[in-house]
Write a protein that binds this ligand. Structure first.
Ligand SMILES: Nc1ncnc2c1ncn2[C@@H]1O[C@H](COP(=O)(O)OP(=O)(O)OP(=O)(O)O)[C@@H](O)[C@H]1O
Length: 450
């Protein structure tokens, strides 16, 4: 804690001001109080604060005015808002506007203390627009990557739920880890969960834990993922794969900030920051009724888009070098170099599996190459439908004389591309093409065996 910087409390209700002043004083902080927007601005102009705790409803304005005003100032004071019980929309709006966190009335003092400790620890972190060393793990110098790193640095200073979208293998988990590592929860656990990989019958116990004897096989009490992430960050990867019944339970846990282990008769409070991701289009999943709208709004307060490798082709050499350096260090060998043919091949390949696919391609190439030089042949890039026979963009004339063959080529290219994108997962490939699993299996069998 920075002893020089006090905390600013803004509330027009004397009882609440007193409760906050007393709680913070007992925690060892100095406070200043204001009962209106005008008096708060006067104080903000006269000195710097470690945190600003403001009521949403003020006699001459709203907590949002404070948030917006502080966004303009260079000192980046975090603001937390106090909202009326149940006003989820305002809480979300304040997070979108840049609030660090919110707390609802009646104020839970344990939660208030956690919030204050997290916010005040931001003083030791670098300012939002500086790009810390940690964020260097996210390799990329194209404009979209520079902007992404800046957004991560900013978001890491907030407690808002973040939804990370992007294609498979594009780096969504890397982004989630950086948001965690650059924020006030860095010393607490980061718990990644692949929602698609947990069998549905075990899901509730995995997420919320269970008590001994609550079902066959529950030999001991077991903490769930929420409890394991207490004080830190829970990263829900492939969140679109959560079954609807589990989505309801997840929403309840997020809203109540507590979980009830299977077989337990009481709730356990948990303090986690929620990050989520999926390579699917979550808005479309909501439209189709596969994902609950209320949960969507809860997790998607702020969206971060991770660009595909196709949208940052210029980064391929940088990434390739970093991957080759890492592999050669791991395997204790001289770092192989990409020759001109390999560089050209990589820059024109569409990378449906993004950075993960680049890693796999290079790993294979390193084992295949001779004399520490990787050629285009060593890369063994899959046929991506850019060969003349399967390239629909080649022109409709290719259909003249053989419409059937032309259409089959297009269908084959589409099926191969969907399979490449889903890493061979047929259910996902079918979904990508808007087909049922049976339709997909029938067509794929027919066309790929032709
Ligand atoms: N910008 C980057 N710089 C360095 N490595 C990266 C970058 N982006 C991704 N990677 C690497 O690529 C691999 C895939 O990244 P990650 O697991 O974060 O992708 P993802 O989008 O979460 O994938 P999925 O959709 O399958 O969950 C990892 O090994 C990661 O370290």
């Amino acid at each position: 804690m920075n002893p020089q910087k006090p905390i600013l409390i803004i509330d027009d209700e004397p009882d609440i001001r007193e409760l906050l002043e007393l709680t913070l004083m007992r925690m060892g902080y100095h406070t200043h109080s204001a009962d209106s927007l005008a008096s708060a601005f006067r104080l903000l102009d006269s000195q710097h604060f470690a945190l600003c705790l403001t009521d949403m409803k003020l006699p001459d304005g709203s907590g949002l005015d404070i948030i917006r005003n502080l966004q303009e100032r260079p000192e980046e004071t975090p603001v937390a808002v106090i909202t009326a019980f149940g006003s989820v929309d305002l809480a979300t709006e304040s997070l979108k506007a840049g609030a660090f966190d919110f707390i609802s009335k009646p104020i839970d003092l344990d939660r208030l203390r956690n919030l204050v400790r997290n916010a005040v620890s931001l003083d030791d972190k670098p300012a939002a627009d500086s790009v810390g060393d940690d964020t260097r793990q996210l390799i990329g110098e194209t404009d979209n990557m520079v902007a992404l790193r800046r957004q991560i640095a900013k978001l890491s200073r907030s407690q808002a739920p973040v939804y990370i979208s992007g294609e498979s293998g594009s780096g969504k988990e890397v982004v989630a880890r950086l948001i965690h590592a650059s924020g006030p929860r860095a010393d607490a656990p980061f718990v990644p969960v692949n929602c698609g990989a947990i069998p549905s019958e075990l899901m509730e116990s995995e997420f919320f834990g269970h008590v001994k004897g609550s079902f066959t096989g529950a030999h001991n009490d077991k903490a769930g993922l929420f409890e394991s992430a207490d004080g830190g960050t829970l990263f829900l990867d492939e969140i679109a794969d959560l079954p609807l019944n589990m989505q309801v339970k997840l929403l309840r846990a997020i809203q109540n900030k507590s979980v009830r282990p299977v077989g337990a008769n009481r709730e356990i409070p948990v303090d986690v920051r929620l990050l989520s991701a999926t390579h699917k289009d979550l808005a479309t999943q909501v439209e189709k009724g596969h994902f609950r709208t209320d949960l969507f709004y809860r997790i998607n307060v702020i969206e971060v888009k991770v660009p595909s490798l196709r949208e940052r082709v210029e980064d391929i050499p940088l990434l390739a070098n970093a991957i080759l350096n890492r592999l050669s260090a791991e395997w204790g060998m001289k770092t192989p170099q990409l020759d001109a043919s390999a560089q050209t091949a990589l820059s024109s390949y569409p990378f449906p599996g993004n950075v993960r696919e680049l890693e796999n391609i290079l790993e294979r190439a390193v084992t295949l190459c001779d004399d520490d030089t990787i050629t285009a042949g060593d890369l063994q890039l899959p046929d991506t439908g850019t060969t003349p026979s399967t390239n629909p963009a080649k022109g409709i004339e290719a259909a003249f004389g053989d419409l059937e063959g032309y259409l089959q080529d297009i269908e084959r290219a589409a099926i191969e591309a969907a399979l490449a994108k889903s890493h061979g997962n047929k259910t996902e490939a079918a979904e990508l093409l808007g087909l049922s699993f049976r339709q997909f299996r029938y067509r794929a069998k027919k066309i790929l065996e032709d």
